[in-house]
Design a protein around this ligand. Sequence first.
Ligand SMILES: [Zn+2]
Ligand SMILES: [Zn+2]
Length: 348
Amino acid sequence: MTHPIKTATALLALTAGPALAANCLEITITGVQGGPPVFAGQAGSGTLVTYGTEENACRDVLMQFDTGRGTTQQLSKIGVPVARLSAVFLTHMHSDHVEGLVDLSQLRWHFNSTGPKLPLICAEDTDSPAGHTMSCVNFATHIGDALINSGEMAQRLAENADRLPGGPADLLDVATFSASDTAGPVWTSGDVTVTAAFSRHVAGHASYRVDTPAGSVVIGGDAGNDTPQPPRDSSTSAQVEALAEGADVIVHSTIHPVMGSDGTTGFPPAIYHRQSTAEDLGAMAQRTGASHLMLTHLIPPVGAARQGIYPLPAPLTAADYATAATDGGYTGTVVVGADLATLRLVAE
Ligand SMILES: [Zn+2]
Ligand SMILES: [Zn+2]
């Protein structure tokens, strides 16, 4: 007769124990700077997307999208050693999105040469109508060249033969995708799937979508409209909009209309028109049903008197960006990016 009671007690103990930790998706702007200028120590463009459980701070799978200036330092501020990154994804070869990969991969080579290689996912070589080729493969192949040529790498190898002989290029496991690959996943890990779409900005520009059981996020990068200048319906990308359909979060580079050709800044119109404006991004996020729009790569930076060499009529506030997005008709939550701005989605 005692057995059923014991069983009931055991069941009670089980149900009273800690609940299973919920799955979560976390998005951190590692760098909010837009374009090559420097301002107030802001880090270069990048977004860390991580997935896991609340128990491990959503850190089973760690994906870094773009690696602008200072990415390594930014990751160190939030307790992410470069050895913990599961993969790096690049939207395009503009320096402000990739230059931080040089020291990131060098650091991982220095201390973690015997660990797993770092997958680098990016577009295949793409020719521009202007005659040049944008090549992620060449960037990765030559990532350690300056330090190889200075003798630094040989010196480090002489003191530790366990390091990979070819320098950090040996550590990067480059996986490129073509237009035909973008119908399916370009990278997966467990429950996480990353898909990509080519989008317009410069040759070889791609945007990404991450799907997880805790939610989904689109990383638009610097995408703009296929029609390079007005008249057109929007400055945003139709490819990004298709990718973002039904996604919870859109993270996107942003330009404020103050930089436009009807302003007084003298900013080159062609560069203005190849970015998406905050207002048009608000309209796009409303159409795709995103609950959150994270604006990053802010041109101009909040509080700046100028964008690079181009003076502004007055510094912008974060509210100026948020208002522009809501003026576009967006009714969700706008997160105006700052270095290390973070958003967490938790599975219900
Ligand atoms: Zn950029
Ligand atoms: Zn760019």
